[in-house]
Design a protein around this ligand. Structure first.
Ligand code: GAR
Length: 211
């Protein structure tokens, strides 16, 4: 089972979905560390309650030196023997240092159907654009933000009368199913970083809908 670290900055609901999935005996990954860049991030207490080791490395302690902060994060990941990193609401732009150090071994979840709506405020922008389908994406992290090879996506409808909150809740429920399924694919070696021109997935994603 691949040792995984989950990086969070806040609520940590995706982290909790990963922890819950990894508690199943047949899951191909185990969560060995939950790391936050924000002291007191609400997700940390949930991880601790589940018996997962947590660590906070506040970026504020490093001033403007992003790379120094990332070197501390990288050292912590290596110390725990981490094999894959999952960004889950980790609201930091990464420098090339951390991206290169974990190339092919770092995933992110983003609340839109990339390449639509990279960046922030995705639900408001989806509503403003009038799209009928919205959703979420798990992708490999590369130096260009929200542009790495896509591992898996889940779509949800945009319904008449949707508000930013109602749409965000529908997408978040999909995120909680998608991220564990996508991490399982990568942990099993079934969705690595493709060579140029190669497709990422040999088989369609087996998405479970039982939660
Ligand atoms: C999730 O919706 C995630 O997709 C998004 O932040 C939320 C974190 O929620 N990530 C980004 O916007 C990354 N740019 P969580 O802390 O409850 O998992």
């Amino acid at each position: 089972r691949v040792p995984v670290a989950v990086l969070i900055s806040g609520r940590g609901s995706n982290m909790r979905a990963l922890v819950a999935a990894a508690a199943r005996p047949d899951y191909p990954a185990r969560i060995v560390l939950v790391l936050s860049n924000v002291e007191g991030a609400p997700g940390l207490a949930h991880a601790e309650a589940s018996g997962i080791p947590t660590l906070t490395i506040p970026h504020r302690a490093f001033g403007r030196d992003r790379e120094a902060h990332e070197r501390a994060v990288d050292a912590a990941l290596r110390k725990e023997g981490v094999g894959l990193v999952c960004l889950a609401g980790y609201m930091r732009l990464l420098t090339p240092f951390l991206v290169r150090a974990w190339a092919g071994r770092m995933l992110n979840i983003h609340p839109s159907l990339l390449p639509a709506f990279p960046g922030l405020d995705t639900h408001a922008r989806a509503l403003a654009a009038g799209v009928k389908l919205h959703g979420c994406t798990v992708h490999h992290v590369t130096e260009a933000m929200d542009e790495g090879p896509i591992v898996a996506q889940a779509a949800v409808p945009v319904l008449p009368g949707d508000t930013e909150a109602s749409l965000a809740a529908r997408v978040l429920a999909a995120e909680h199913r998608l991220y564990p399924a996508a991490l399982a694919l990568v942990a099993r070696g079934e969705a690595g970083v493709p060579a140029p021109g190669e497709s990422l997935l040999a088989n369609p994603l087996p998405l479970s809908t039982d939660d």
